[in-house]
Ligand binder design. Structure first.
Ligand SMILES: [Zn+2]
Length: 466
């Protein structure tokens, strides 16, 4: 459920207009209500020509393939996308597709077209395709270019969401949290159509966009969440929002400009029901910290002290944001000082969040005095002798405080630097664990969403970019 920071990519409006004009909802009820028939790349036809149609999304499943065999749970046909010509019908078994010479071969025969579409042979019933053991609804496009091909899943948005929601949130969670997740994921998908346009699809299947695993991942509870929120999206001033979400905020979410550098009015820092959630700790030997700084171009030699205000959730300071996340850490070394941003700290040290503090830990061997007397000593009434014994591996309590801004290193070689904090992810928008806590407390999905996305409205999708 890890969500990395999304790059701030704004999709050009012209692309949207060009490719999705067919999705425009003409009726009074603007939410999409009908599935549509996909005919080819980015063109859709509402087969019944009645009412609004459900948008489709092009999901890039695999790239750079030389061969694949694809089966389905029912007969399917293969069409050349450009000419619209039917090439083959596969009643059962698998279709072998390979890249050979200057193009595609299907079932052992070369074909002229570079782009083909696999779809159910039964009108009105969609097939479930099997590709490398994973199952996908919708239709499959094979697009050949420069000696290999991409495999693209063309699928109505809500069927796509059925393969996303259970990947992003456990289907065992409360239904209102799952509904909030479904709406956030739908908003993301519709907002980001065309994100991978240069590669011939809209979204990828990794957390770069949203984790998607097709029909194989589906679960009845997450399907229900998608169905119960059909057509619902999050808007701000009538526009779809960048519906960022993350695993757990740790107690308070963050302002977008503190993570992206770009200020969005609906990605504001808000409090959570619970604080100090999902505690974590990451410990490094001093030498490892120095090595990691060096690898990232910070040659300050031996670290003498680390400067960072102590963490209080919801308290701003010169080196922390108002949620308490780290904006900068200063390392003072024998060859100078380096200031590293919270986000860079996260990537350099692999930290779960920037809501953290630092403590130092030394393993200076404490020695205790013990009195030793042997049975012979006791028999001969000798006094025995005193001896000092080292107790290894016990941290020196005096060195583990995190309450002063400047943490002075002891100078011992075996010192550890311990990062400890709360939450998981960038902290923008909805916290998934936070949404679960609100759902458990009885809050409905639309209130959960308007809590995390300031000033937004949850409403029916309206493709008004005509
Ligand atoms: Zn992506």
């Amino acid at each position: 459920m890890r969500k990395p920071v999304y790059a701030m990519v704004m999709i050009p409006l012209c692309f949207f207009l060009l490719n999705h004009a067919a999705f425009a909802a003409p009726a009074k009820n603007n939410a999409y209500g009908k599935k549509l028939t996909v005919t080819s790349n980015k063109s859709t036809i509402d087969s019944t020509n009645q009412g609004p149609v459900e948008p489709t999304i092009r999901v890039g499943l695999l790239k750079g393939r030389k061969a694949v065999s694809i089966g389905a749970d029912m007969a399917f046909v293969v069409r050349d996308i450009n000419s619209g010509m039917g090439l083959r019908k596969v009643d059962n078994g698998k279709l072998e597709i390979i890249s050979k010479g200057g193009g595609l071969h299907i079932g052992g025969k070369a074909i002229a077209g570079k782009r083909i579409l696999l779809k159910s042979a039964n009108r009105g019933r969609s097939a479930i395709f099997d590709i490398d053991g994973n199952k996908y609804r919708g239709e499959i496009e094979i697009a050949w270019k420069n000696g290999s091909f991409s495999i693209i899943n063309i699928i109505p948005v809500d069927e796509y969401l059925m393969g996303v929601v259970p990947q992003e949130m456990s289907p065992s969670w409360p239904i209102e949290a799952l509904k909030a997740q479904a709406v956030a994921a739908r908003t993301f998908a519709l907002k980001n159509r065309g994100r991978h346009d240069a590669e011939g699809f809209d979204v990828c299947t990794s957390t770069h966009c949203q984790a998607y695993a097709g029909e194989s991942a589906e679960s009845s509870r997450s399907d229900e969440a998608v169905r119960l929120t059909r057509g619902k999206v999050i808007t701000y001033n009538g526009e779809l929002i960048e519906s960022m979400f993350h695993t757990d905020s740790g107690g308070m979410t963050e302002n977008s400009e503190n993570v992206w550098g770009s200020k969005l009015p609906y990605l504001r820092s808000v409090k959570e029901l619970k604080e100090k959630t999902m505690p974590w700790q990451q410990k490094y030997a001093l030498k490892e910290v120095q090595a990691r700084l060096l690898r990232n171009g910070h040659d300050i030699g031996r670290i003498r002290s680390i400067e960072l205000s102590p963490l209080t959730i919801g308290m701003k300071s010169s080196d922390r944001t108002q949620s308490g996340r780290v904006s900068v850490v200063r390392f003072h070394g024998e060859r100078g000082t380096v200031a590293i941003s919270g986000e860079n700290m996260r990537s350099i040290f692999g930290l779960k969040s920037t809501l953290f503090d630092i403590k130092l830990e030394t393993f200076r061997t404490p020695r205790v005095k013990v009195h030793i007397s042997t049975p012979d000593d006791r028999r001969s009434r000798k006094p025995g002798r005193d001896s000092a014994i080292g107790l290894e591996g016990l941290p020196n309590a005096e060195e583990t405080q995190a309450d002063s801004r400047l943490r002075q290193l002891s100078g011992e070689d075996d010192e550890n630097i311990v990062f400890f904090g709360y939450g998981w992810g960038h902290g923008l928008g909805m916290s998934q664990h936070g949404a679960k806590a609100y759902a458990d407390s009885g809050m409905k999905y639309d209130h959960i969403l308007s809590h995390y996305y300031t000033g937004t409205v949850v409403g029916k999708y309206k493709d008004n970019k005509k």
